[in-house]
Design a protein around this ligand. Structure first.
Ligand code: IDP
Ligand code: MG
Length: 153
């Protein structure tokens, strides 16, 4: 099933000059880029984005970190995009992330784990609405889709 989902390349990814390499992984997989921007997040957006973690002991640090510098927000589309991206990113705790995943290759600490991705259809829809205006998401055809996407998908 075709899905849309949100990815954030967090401030550590930007500072460590990994944006292009991480974006390339999603592109090379065949996912379609439908939105992209560099954002200096304010506290209000950060707290809304991570609202589900409000009661966690790491919440303040998480908000502090995500607002500490610009991040790159991506909207990506493709068959099973949510699961594909979660597995491409790897486990939340980088020491449990398989080599070959973004976190398994580029991260060591859970608080600096490089990327965020929506974890289900409902969160994907809510998070895309939080980070992108409707007119910032683009629908377009790609010539390669006939090689990447099964007919009818
Ligand atoms: P996810 O990013 O893989 O979906 P979540 O459990 O939703 O993982 O946690 C959101 C983010 O909060 C993580 O990506 C990580 O940066 C941070 N985080 C999660 N658990 C901890 C922790 O125990 N200490 C510090 N930061 C944490
Ligand atoms: Mg999460």
């Amino acid at each position: 099933m075709t899905e849309r989902t949100l990815v954030l390349i967090k401030p550590d990814g930007v500072q460590r000059l990994l944006v292009g390499r991480i974006l390339a992984r999603y592109e090379e997989r065949g996912l379609k880029l439908i939105g992209l921007k560099l954002v200096q997040v304010d506290r209000q957006l950060a707290e809304r984005h991570y609202a589900v973690h409000r009661e966690k002991p790491f919440f303040d640090g998480l908000v502090e970190f995500i607002t500490s510098g610009p991040l790159v927000a991506l909207a990506l589309e493709g068959p099973n995009a949510i699961a594909v991206i979660r597995s491409t990113n790897g486990a939340t705790r980088p020491w449990e992330a398989a080599p070959g995943t973004v976190r398994g290759d580029f991260a060591l600490e859970v608080a600096q784990n490089i990327v965020h991705a929506s974890d289900g259809p409902d969160t994907a829809e809510a998070e895309l609405a939080l980070w992108f205006r409707p007119d910032e998401l683009h629908s377009y055809e790609r010539e390669i889709d006939r090689w990447v996407v099964a007919p009818g998908d």
